[in-house]
Design a protein around this ligand. Structure first.
Ligand SMILES: [Zn+2]
Length: 74
């Protein structure tokens, strides 16, 4: 169970934005332009989860992205 930095959006389903004011998890299979995935990668804030699941993201304090997942809890 861990969170690791990544510089790619390939080879995973969930990607987190580790920026302290954001801390959101995105579903790359349902990526929307509002997710700004490329911007997150460029800023060096992208992380992936091991195991690669929303449950793991939530356990690490990440909230659902409103655009690609929905059901935000805050
Ligand atoms: Zn998203």
């Amino acid at each position: 169970m861990s969170v690791v930095k990544t510089n790619s959006k390939y080879g995973q389903q969930s990607m987190g934005n580790s920026h302290h004011s954001s801390m959101e998890v995105h579903d790359l299979m349902n990526e929307q332009s509002q997710c700004q995935i490329d911007e997150i990668l460029r800023a060096g804030h992208a992380v992936r989860f091991i195991p690669d699941s929303l449950d793991e993201a939530h356990k690490n304090g990440y909230d659902n992205c409103a655009y690609c997942i929905g059901g935000s809890t805050r």
